[in-house]
Design a protein around this ligand. Structure first.
Ligand code: CP
Length: 328
């Protein structure tokens, strides 16, 4: 259980304490992940099934890695090679997989609400690995973890565990296609609960009306959004979710809302870090020099993604012991 919750389909239903409990556990998990022999028996005998109805590199691989480090059995299921191609429904698919006794179903789906639809109909735990433009809760958690790690180091405590209290009062700019971004939505909920201030920025066609109600400020000029920010999160343009074009072209988008070395040098504070959930459209939202530059914590996000997903699986699959205690 994550606090009161048997499923993780979004960060919106979680309290601040429930979020922090996952992040704190991820610190122990990261220590396990970094060992030369990265294997503990915590989830031996448990089974995790990854049901991916959409492509993924990071999320699917890191859920699979997380399960394997904790000794759970991990099964990867892909819609393109399944009976979905013969017309089987999502609920039928999930209930048939459930009959094989998994402990956790990890679901990525193009439709918002799909993981919750399944969660309401199965007896095992369900984790959303990203649903439509709704939420991507494990991405939101790994982003919070990465930011706290950076802010803790910035406060001179780089040898200690991340202090999740350091997010309070910090300003995070989220830039890009907010209207199609489940990453932005999970971060809005998560950052807000941990006390950070969020600025949203993008072309007016990519910012949903009324989003300020979630506690963010809205900007349409990149400079105004990123100046003075403690961190900047660049979003991917979701070509696969955009019907009619929302921008005249990627060249114009890059000119006005993309971040390159010159803009970063002139507009960002020296300590400001840059995040991106991946996959990057190189040269569109980020120039290669910025994506691979000193401010970038993009690969830290990926590493932390495994630790956070280990914590999620541990809590939902009912691990018996604290992983840090299992040194053998
Ligand atoms: N960040 C993210 O969800 O990446 P993938 O689509 O590769 O899983």
């Amino acid at each position: 259980m994550i606090g009161r919750h048997r499923h993780l389909t979004g960060l919106e239903p979680l309290s601040r304490d429930e979020i922090v409990s996952v992040l704190q556990l991820a610190t122990s998990m990261k220590e396990v992940l970094r060992r030369p022999i990265k294997k503990v028996p915590t989830l031996r005998g448990k089974a995790v099934v990854n049901l991916f109805f959409e492509a993924s590199t990071r999320t699917r691989t890191s859920f699979e890695t997380a399960a394997k480090v904790l000794s759970a059995d991990a099964v990867n299921w892909t819609s393109s090679t399944s009976s979905v191609t013969k017309g089987e429904t999502l609920v039928d698919t999930a209930r048939n997989i459930e009959a094989m006794h998994p402990d956790v179903l990890v679901i990525r789906h193009p439709a918002s609400g799909a993981p919750q639809l399944v969660a309401d109909r199965v007896s095992c735990s369900v984790v959303s690995a990203g649903d439509g433009a709704h939420e991507h809760p494990s991405q939101g958690l790994l982003d919070l973890y990465t930011l706290a790690e950076h802010f803790t180091a910035q406060a001179g405590k780089q040898d200690g565990p991340p202090d999740f209290g350091t997010l309070a009062g910090k300003t995070v700019a989220i830039v890009g296609d907010v209207s199609h971004s489940r990453v932005a939505r999970s971060n809005l909920h998560g950052l807000g609960k941990l006390g950070a201030k969020v600025r949203l920025c993008g072309p007016p066609t990519m910012i949903p009306q009324g989003i300020e109600a979630l506690g963010a400020t809205v900007h349409h000029q990149l400079r105004a959004a990123v100046e003075g920010a403690d961190a900047v999160m660049m979003l991917r343009i979701q070509h696969e979710r955009i019907g009619d074009p929302l921008i005249p072209g990627t060249r114009e988008y890059s000119k006005f809302w993309g971040l390159n070395e010159k803009k970063a040098a002139e507009w960002l504070t020296p300590s400001c870090v840059i995040l991106h959930p991946g996959p990057i459209n190189r040269g569109v939202e980020l120039s290669p020099e910025v994506a691979d530059g000193e401010r970038s914590v993009i690969l830290d996000q990926v590493e932390n993604g495994v630790a956070v997903r280990m914590a999620i699986l541990y809590l939902l699959a009912g691990g018996a012991q604290e992983p840090a205690a299992e040194r053998a």
